[in-house]
Design a protein around this ligand. Structure first.
Ligand SMILES: Cc1cc2nc3c(=O)[nH]c(=O)nc-3n(C[C@H](O)[C@H](O)[C@H](O)COP(=O)(O)OP(=O)(O)OC[C@H]3O[C@@H](n4cnc5c(N)ncnc54)[C@H](O)[C@@H]3O)c2cc1C
Length: 336
């Protein structure tokens, strides 16, 4: 699928800007005679001069990827304040964006002491089994209950009430059953959590809107170390069961309750270590003691923001390159 837009900017400036972005982010690109082509996991972005301006053409294998690719480009152009009045050729004005899916609650069970498992049922859930581990739950602002984001004539998405007014927490697809059209995700129940409270109200048949898939995919190395707290357990479980069987390494998971430990499917060379919250127990202590091989390695950590920031510094101090690590903030402790 393809969409295109014309930017009224000097083509040399536009092409230089795109190449600079590609180099800064280590994105693969080539330079055909007429311009520049970037190759992203979502698809390709081709830029070339046309009538004194710049033509951008995006190609992707399906409408969801094309939409996400367009959002990436829009985001970068908005940041650079370039051609803010642009219009994309392929739009479905008035419709919800293609990555928004409506589903219904099939069940919500308290499967482990600290987790609810929510099962959604719907016709378009199969795509959540690939391309990204995560999705967003969508909760409209009080003043716009029952309204949903929709595509404008320009191709951009309008969020009723303004996007900042929406609550859009990120969750991890735990599993998808394409035959039965269901998707499971696990909610860590915590004090003050709006999603925790929402889980307590769920009844079969209730409507849910989710947006995705998005975010990261599997780490890629022969040796992998995964570290995560309660919120990262679903992602670690999903990564472990999807890794190539020859992968080796260790997964260290911090849970609130010893009964939250689950049986996880892992490659035989991956050890799983469970930590239960308590005095002196922390992911950072474990990370400090981690023995890391010299190459073909990847360290992944997802947890509370300040912990993740410290982990990133620790890993950099130990000589890991950006391409050898991922440190993701999954939640932020409220400052009191
Ligand atoms: C990529 C990604 C994947 C994620 N996957 C999952 C998942 O599969 N399952 C899951 O349970 N969570 C997951 N999370 C974390 C989840 O999005 C956050 O915990 C989110 O804040 C929950 O939204 P809420 O509406 O319940 O709480 P909010 O309304 O956002 O926050 C309310 C209060 O709860 C506090 N809070 C938020 N999270 C926690 C916590 N873990 N412990 C203690 N206090 C907390 C906040 O500081 C705030 O004070 C993921 C996050 C990311 C970025």
């Amino acid at each position: 699928m393809q969409t295109t837009t014309f930017l009224d900017i000097p083509p040399e400036f536009g092409l230089q800007m795109i190449k600079a972005q590609a180099m800064e982010r280590s994105l693969p690109f080539d330079e055909p005679p007429d311009g520049v082509t970037l190759h992203l996991p979502l698809g390709q972005i081709h830029a070339c001069g046309e009538n004194g301006g710049l033509r951008l053409t995006l190609n992707a294998s399906d409408d969801v990827k094309l939409h996400l690719l367009q959002e990436v480009v829009d985001h970068r152009l908005d940041e650079a304040a370039v051609a803010l009045d642009r219009r994309w050729s392929l739009t479905n004005p008035g419709l919800v964006p293609p990555n928004l899916t409506f589903a219904t609650v099939a069940s919500c069970e308290h499967v482990y002491p600290s987790y609810y498992r929510v099962r959604l049922s719907g016709a378009s859930l199969e795509r959540f089994s690939r391309d990204g581990l995560h999705f967003r739950l969508l909760f409209p602002p009080e003043s716009h209950i029952g309204q949903w984001p929709f595509v404008l004539g320009s191709g951009r998405v309008e969020w009723p009430g303004g996007i900042s007014q929406w609550h859009r927490p990120v969750y991890t697809t735990r599993s998808v059953d394409p035959e039965n059209g269901t998707l499971d995700f696990d909610v860590f129940a915590h004090e003050g959590g709006r999603v925790t409270d929402w889980c307590k109200t769920l009844q079969p048949g209730m409507d849910v809107a989710i947006m995705g898939p998005g975010g990261e995919w599997l780490p890629d190395a022969a040796w992998i170390a995964l570290f995560g707290d309660e919120t990262a357990l679903p992602a670690i479980a999903r990564i472990l069961e999807s890794l190539p069987t020859e992968t080796s390494g260790v997964a260290t998971i911090l849970v609130s309750d010893a009964h939250d430990k689950q049986h996880l499917k892992t490659p035989s060379g991956m050890a799983v270590r469970w930590l239960v919250r308590g005095d002196g127990i922390s992911l950072l202590n474990e990370l400090k003691q981690l023995e890391i091989p010299d190459d073909n390695r990847f360290v992944w950590i997802a947890s509370e923001r300040s912990e993740v920031n410290q982990a990133r510094d620790m890993l950099a101090d130990r000589g890991l390159q950006k391409s050898e690590m991922r440190a993701a903030s999954y939640w932020s402790r409220q400052q009191s």
